[in-house]
Write a protein that binds this ligand. Sequence first.
Ligand code: THU
Length: 121
Amino acid sequence: MTDELYERAVAVAERAYAPYSQYLVGAAVRTRDGRVFEGVNVESAAYPLGICAEKAAISRAVVDGCRPGDIEAIGITASPCGGCRQWLYEFRLDRVTFRNRAGEIVTYSPAELLPETWELD
Ligand code: THU
């Protein structure tokens, strides 16, 4: 199930728009009711304005009505950045699967990826 999301992420990464970094990232989320949404990184000539693949995929799920707790898992072609880890925590995913720097496919919970996480109380 989760490896399938990782494979979806690998396939969609081809469609990333990353002319500045040339670093193509793909992500795919699955909702608890079985919908899959894909995302890619989209860069900008004004560099900080680019968005990550994870945020693109989660945003597509939100447009379709998803809220925190509705997304079960994500597959990503890269280790998620710090900001994306905060999004993964907020949306309360169960599992985050990605290829780590050692080349292994690994799965963690958002809390494992971002211990002692800040939350707006
Ligand atoms: N990137 C992602 O899409 N997700 C991450 O979690 C890590 C970084 C993108 C942002 C930028 O377009 C490129 O990778 C290089 O940093």
